[in-house]
Design a protein around this ligand. Structure first.
Ligand code: RET
Length: 248
């Protein structure tokens, strides 16, 4: 009964998902290729970053193929618009399978760069998993309780951003100017972009305010900056950093 949704992507959304799939495959190949030019002990950030874009490539392939979604009834979201009542919107749960794997890896990229102690890294990753799983639960819930899950997820994000912009940034600065500068660029980009994800969620999975094609563009642009662009800046920043100085 959920295999047909009235609020669905068109060929525009699908074409864009194929475009992002290609970007993710190309950047995975570039990161693995760059790794091969380095001694094995210097490849950790290449490999983490390549794994991130590799997982994203498969998630985008799934969405471009019009798979990885389930129909959620759009009933409570726009009571002012009776046309929308009883319709189904595509909810791409495959995003959350991607994010539950890739966002901990992005945090590892950042916290390993900052040389943070492992208990901090472990706890931040666990908080991140709470953020993603509450986002998925909220996306699948059809009643107003979805905003309760959203609120828990936003609280988790606030903690993550606090650790990045305050604790980890100060730690990175203490590790020297190259580490400090690389962390400032990549940590700031991450903090800015990650705050935009709950806005996308609110207007798509949350309130059903924008169409699935627009959702494809909103999340797709965010993901291209948060994964391949972030990864390129991080790997570039590490060109003058010895992993041994980070305890790696
Ligand atoms: C959700 C909804 C619940 C509240 C919050 C969210 C934040 C999600 C974020 C996702 C980041 C994804 C990235 C993906 C790939 O690069 C789950 C949307 C706060 C921050 C960076």
């Amino acid at each position: 009964s959920n295999s047909i949704a009235q609020v669905a992507i068109t060929t525009h959304g699908s074409d864009w998902y194929w475009t992002v799939t290609a970007i993710m495959i190309a950047s995975t190949m570039a990161f693995v290729g760059l790794a091969a030019t380095k001694p094995r002990q210097h490849r950790i950030f290449h490999y983490i970053t390549a794994a991130i874009t590799m997982v994203a490539a498969i998630a985008y392939f799934t969405m471009a193929s019009h798979l990885g979604w389930t129909g959620i009834q759009v009933e409570f979201e726009r009571p002012s618009d009776p046309e929308v009542r009883g319709q189904y919107r595509e909810i791409y749960y495959v995003r959350y399978i991607d994010w539950v794997i890739t966002t901990p890896l992005l945090l590892m990229d950042l916290l390993l760069t900052a040389g943070m102690p492992w208990p901090t890294t472990l706890f931040l990753i666990l908080v991140d998993e709470v953020m993603i799983v509450t986002g998925l639960a909220g996306a699948l819930v059809q009643t107003t309780y979805k905003w309760g899950y959203f609120t828990f997820g936003c609280a988790a994000l606030l903690w993550i951003v606090y650790v990045l912009v305050w604790e980890a940034r100060r730690h990175a600065n203490a590790m020297g100017p190259n580490v400090g500068r690389t962390f400032l660029i990549c940590g700031s980009l991450t903090s800015l972009l990650w705050i935009l994800y709950p806005i996308a969620w609110a207007v798509c999975e949350g309130a059903n305010l924008i169409a699935p094609d627009s959702e494809a563009v909103f999340y797709g642009v965010l993901d291209v900056f948060a994964k391949p662009v972030f990864g390129a800046l991080l790997i570039w920043g590490h060109r003058n950093i010895n992993p041994a100085d980070l305890g790696l």
